[in-house]
Design a protein around this ligand. Structure first.
Ligand code: AGP
Length: 612
């Protein structure tokens, strides 16, 4: 949940580290710090606040930092200890030997602390991170690898650690267990970061650290060892992302830019996984021959927005094949329940980052039960990509805004194509349905574009309703996952109470909340459930709730039911999510903007949730 950046071997290490922290600020942003190895010792500068404020402070103290060719930096998302300068990273051992940054949670921090305090070592922070820092100083006797090895083997919990030893200039040591860390070498310098996008300016050839791995970075390159100190060989993975993909460009916020990119992302996904009118996934997904025919159970497991993408996928799969037992599970629940698995189970784990702790734990459980596992992730080289046998890469490019947008549509696209592949292999997909859905998907980018061009209309609506005391999002069947996603977007970036309900459920309780200050956003595309959903809308209107209706273009009659109407292009029923989500994303974005929220870095959140 924190961002780490380190660099050794560059005279402008200070700028490189600040730049890397700024790129990863979405991972955590309550405080920030940087430790630079200057000719007269390590200079450790920390603040409560954003990287831009840290940069200002460092600028003011530039003279003190001259000549630093290496250093480590950190942006924090507090877990243990309040948001204070003392608790911010980097941390230093009492004897000044060790300077360390950490991402993750050290579970045995208290025990380590008690042991060391009993030996007379004074702790100065409330963090779990100070424990490995002081412990390493206590163990170290001149052999850095042995000390790293002893440290890593005595810690429980999750950690990515990046460390400078006072007496080892020109070296940075890293260790990984449970929290991501990527390292690289280019042009006589070595780097490390939590997120690959921070390194793309320097190289596209990246070493993703494995569980239980130690790395030594120096001007001579990167060397890798196991936690037992054994030397390990390792090949870099080439990441074909462009560093400008991780820039805001002309947009005020990453979120807005990423909403805009959705038609292109969809086009690329469709082109990559289909032929003209048929699905073409065999090259990318090499499952055992005949497996799809033997599958009886499909499990779709994820968290947050990725979970809503799996709910949308469930609707698509079951509309094509009613012989499968399809389960959609939140990963944090899946991992603690006795859910069936085995050779007749296809378990699909969806994670934008590929680092979400709960999703990884759920995937490990399913693998242990012998299920056939597939990961869908946006990050090549991420933990889930490396741990799960089969990966389908979503082709959304880096997503920086904390609120997931383009990766949501990319995930549903990939899951829809996986549904076609699965049902085709099982012999239940008709050629007509295949051509109908692929044809329908090909129309989506232009349809999404047309909605993006109607942004002023949605902006006006967002402004009009931004004084509401809360929102309900309602819909039926294929719309239900979208109601959840619409409500989540408002919660996370506008901090407004928003609930999602299957429209038919309103009268079983929630309707009691309605009055003229609670807006209802109802998703009512044309089709067999239009009339029933409109009846539910009527029930809300009768309680004086203002109604915003999302309906299919041409549904003029809908105006009678609503205070405001947004018209959505006509799609195949199963594909409504792709168009329906655009106004919901824009609505949340403009509501948050009207309320002056920090859209790309909403309070209390972090992009990648690497703790339980
Ligand atoms: C979505 O806007 C959120 N930021 C969050 O719910 C996110 O989708 C969730 O944490 C899962 O992340 P993942 O896809 O990287 O696993």
């Amino acid at each position: 949940m924190c961002g780490i950046m380190g660099c050794v071997g560059k005279p402008d290490a200070r700028e490189i580290i600040l730049n890397g922290l700024a790129r990863q600020e979405y991972r955590g942003y309550d405080s920030a710090g940087i430790a630079l190895r200057c000719p007269d010792g390590v200079r450790n500068i920390k603040i409560v606040g954003r990287v831009s404020e840290l940069a200002k402070l460092i600028e003011e103290r530039a003279a003190e930092c001259d000549g630093a060719a290496s250093g480590i930096g950190h942006t924090r998302w507090a877990t243990h200890g309040g948001v204070t300068v003392t608790n911010a990273h980097p941390h230093e051992s009492s004897d000044g030997m060790i300077t360390l940054v950490h991402n993750g949670i050290i579970e045995n921090a208290r025990e380590i602390r008690a042991d060391l305090e009993a030996k007379g070592i004074t702790f100065v922070t409330e963090t779990d991170t100070e424990s490995p820092c002081q412990l390493l100083a206590n163990i170290y006797d001149g052999d850095a690898l042995a000390a790293m090895s002893a440290l890593c083997n005595s810690l429980t919990g999750a950690f990515a650690l990046v460390i400078m030893f006072r007496d080892r200039p020109g070296e940075i040591w890293c260790a990984r267990k449970g929290s991501p860390l990527v390292v690289a070498t280019a042009d006589g310098a070595s780097y490390c970061a939590s997120d690959p996008t921070a390194l793309l300016e320097y190289t596209h050839d990246l070493f993703f650290m494995e569980e239980g791995e130690i790395a030594l970075l120096s001007v001579d390159g990167c060397r890798f060892f196991s936690f037992d100190g054994e030397r390990a060989g390792k090949e870099p993975i080439r990441l074909n992302w462009d560093s400008v993909m991780a820039d805001k460009g002309q947009f005020e916020h990453f979120m807005r830019k990423e909403i805009e990119e959705q038609p292109d992302v969809l086009r690329l996904t469709i082109d990559s996984y289909t032929a003209v009118t048929s699905v073409d996934m065999e090259k990318s997904l090499k499952l055992p021959d005949g497996l799809m025919k033997r599958i009886r159970r499909v499990q779709l497991v994820a968290c947050g927005t990725s979970h809503y993408a799996t709910l949308a996928a469930k609707d698509i799969i079951e509309s094509l094949d009613d012989s499968l037992d399809i389960r959609v599970e939140v990963a944090s629940e899946y991992r603690y329940r006795n859910i069936p698995g085995g050779g007749d189970t296809l378990a699909v784990f969806v994670s934008q980052s590929g680092e979400t702790a709960d999703t990884l734990a759920a995937a490990r459980l399913a693998r242990a039960k012998g299920s056939h596992c597939v990961a869908i992730t946006n990050v090549r080289g991420s933990t889930i990509d490396r741990e799960v046998e089969h990966t389908l890469l979503s082709l959304a490019g880096p997503e920086i805004g904390v609120a997931a947008t383009k990766t949501f549509t990319a995930q549903i696209a990939l899951l829809a194509l996986l549904a076609l592949h699965l049902t085709k292999e099982r012999g239940v997909l008709s050629a007509r349905d295949e051509a109908r859905l692929i044809g329908g998907m090909r129309l989506l980018p232009a349809q999404m574009q047309s909605l993006l061009e109607r942004e002023p209309e949605i902006k006006a609506l967002a402004e009009k309703y931004s004084g509401s005391k809360g929102y309900f999002f309602i819909g039926r069947r294929e719309c239900v996952p979208l109601t959840m996603e619409g409500a989540l977007k408002l919660k996370e970036i506008a901090y407004l109470p928003s609930e999602a309900y299957a429209a038919g459920e309103m009268k079983h309780g929630p309707i009691a909340m309605l009055d003229e200050k609670l807006a209802v956003v109802a998703l009512v595309p044309e089709g067999d459930l239009r009339e029933k959903t409109l009846s539910n809308v009527e029930e809300c209107r009768a309680r004086n709730a203002p109604i915003i209706l999302l309906v299919t273009e041409g549904d003029a009659e809908a105006r009678e039911f609503a205070s405001d109407v947004v018209f959505i292009p006509r799609t195949e029923r199963e594909l409504f999510s792709f168009v329906g989500v655009i106004p919901l994303q824009l609505f949340a974005y403009h509501t948050a903007k009207t309320l002056g929220r920090d859209i790309d870095m909403p309070r209390n959140l972090a992009k990648s949730v690497t703790v339980e």
